[in-house]
Structures are given as C-alpha cells and as structure tokens.
Write a protein that binds this ligand. Structure first.
Ligand code: PMP
Length: 282
C-alpha cells in the first residue's frame, strides 16, 4: 500500500498535511531523491543518500539527521508500506516558517512517499521511446537535485505535446542531459555521454551503467556531443532510476539507425537487471 511520511509521522499518502508557510512549496527551497526498490531492498541506497546530502550542502541546508538516520527512515517506510517493488520519493526542505526569502531558524521538513513501482512494459523497452531536442533553459547548478524543476517540467510537457516522451536538453550547441534522465549515444561500439559538471545531474543509474560498461569492456567516453552527432549515432538511450536503461528510437521525428533498441543498449539493460538480481539478493 502507498504510504506517506511527514516530519516524524507516517500518514496516508493523500492526506493534506503541509502548512501554507512551508519553504518547499513556496520557494522550491529543498532537495530530493527518487529511489527504486527491488525485492524489498532500495537499490544503490547509499549513493542516493550521499547525493541527497551533497545537494543539501550545496544549498546550505543544515540537515541534523545523519546518513544512517535517513537510510533507516527509508528502510522503515518500505517495510511499513509492505511493498516489495516500489519507488521512494524523499524531500528535505528548509522547513516551516512565515514566508520571507532569508533562511528561517526552523528545523528542516522531511517528507517521503512510497508508491508501487511504475513498471515499463517489455515491448516499450524493445521498441524504444521518442524524444525531442529542447533548449536547456535551466540554471547553472543542475548537479544539485533541487525541487526547482520548472524548466524540466516545461521541457517534458513540450515533448509530450508533440507526442514525445523525453526532452533532450541542448545548451550552447551541445547535449547536456534529459529533462529527467541522462543521455547517451553509441557509435562504433563506444558509449558517449556528457561529462559530469555543474550542468548535469550525476545520475546514480549513470554510475551503474558506467560500471557495467567497464565490466563488459565497452568504451565509455565522457565527452560532449552535438544534436547532429546524436542523430548520426548507432544507438541512443537514456537512464534514470525509474526509466532504468531506456532506448530512444526517434528524436525530432528522425529515426536513430533502424529505430528500435540497439545491441549495446539491450546488453546494458540486460546486465543492469542481472546486477539488480545479484545485489538485491545479497
Ligand atoms: N538528470 C536529471 C535532470 C534527472 O531528473 C534525473 C532523474 N533523477 C537523472 C538525470 C537521472 O538520475 P538517476 O539515475 O539518479 O535517477
């Protein structure tokens, strides 16, 4: 069953609980993580919690709780939900205080939901999704997983409005990442993705895929590429916690190669699920 958690209390997920003067919804003044749970166990939990704290530090959010406290809270929430395959959303904001821009003297708000996993059908994973190119209109600190997602939302909606699934963001003529994913192209059996910088989120799935590529001895090159180069690629795929490894078959109506999942993409997601089976059972 889906459940919610607000500042120390487990609640039904649809119960209205946030006061009007809360920094998260008034300013987007907070950070978050989405963690996927396979077989009752959160996948790459430590990495997610580490990134959550890095994001918090980057916005000068003083979280009193320790990494262990947050991990325990997540574990407890999963157990309470009784769900084995689910998605955990956790956000930490600068708390509840009368609205004004300056940091309040208030404890942070920690809220969380656990909901059933949104499973991708095999056919979609085989056939791939469609994407559009979209101007990257975000700020200079996209490495922070901040609640401020307006440009991401607008880009994703613009993709959907023309029948697309993801917006591949382009800044100064180069692909950065997706509106909610990291982006890769495969050319001559080599994987290319944007190097980590302040301009993109260091995806946890990106980290897993890089490790898998290294293990398989598939070259993994972190180098900027242009939309034109992406259109000429043998394969294009995206990664994220909820998309896992997802092929992109069309971009702006252009077919990528033969317009389905490519060989390397297929290998990567097969190995990704093998990895999950191994680590989730140990
Ligand atoms: N980039 C952006 C902008 C995202 O929102 C996400 C999804 N959180 C990702 C990349 C992928 O990150 P992860 O693999 O950690 O989910």
């Amino acid at each position: 069953m889906s459940i919610g958690y607000v500042n120390g209390e487990f609640i039904p997920v649809d119960k209205p609980v946030i006061p009007i003067d809360e920094r998260g919804h008034q300013f987007g003044d907070g950070v978050y993580e989405v963690i996927r749970v396979y077989h009752g166990k959160p996948f790459m939990l430590e990495e997610h919690v580490q990134r959550l704290f890095k994001s918090a530090i980057a916005i000068k959010l003083n979280v009193e709780q320790s990494h262990e406290d947050i991990q325990q809270l997540i574990d407890e929430s999963i157990e309470k939900s009784g769900l084995a395959d689910c998605d955990v959303y956790i956000q930490i904001t600068r708390g509840i205080s009368p609205r004004q821009h300056l940091f309040p003297d208030a404890p942070v708000s920690i809220t969380l939901t656990v909901k059933p996993m949104r499973v991708t059908e095999e056919a979609i994973r085989e056939n791939g999704k469609t994407a559009i190119f979209h101007e990257d209109e975000r700020w200079a600190n996209c490495y922070i997983k901040s609640l401020n997602l307006l440009p991401n939302i607008l880009a994703k909606q613009n993709a959907q409005d023309v029948g697309g699934y993801e917006a591949i963001l382009v800044k100064d003529g180069f692909v950065t990442e997706g509106s909610s994913s990291n982006v890769y192209m495969v050319r001559d059996q080599t994987i290319y993705t944007t190097p980590l910088s302040k301009q993109i989120l260091p995806g946890i799935t990106r980290m897993a895929v890089k490790n898998i590529a290294d293990m398989l001895e598939i070259p993994f090159i972190e180098k900027k590429f242009t939309p034109d180069e992406l259109l000429q690629a043998d394969e294009v795929f995206i990664t994220s916690t909820t998309n896992e490894v997802m092929p992109i078959a069309y971009v702006d109506g252009n077919k990528i190669n033969d317009g389905a999942s490519g060989e390397i993409t297929r290998l990567l997601y097969r190995k990704f699920f093998e990895l999950i089976e191994i680590v989730q059972h140990t």
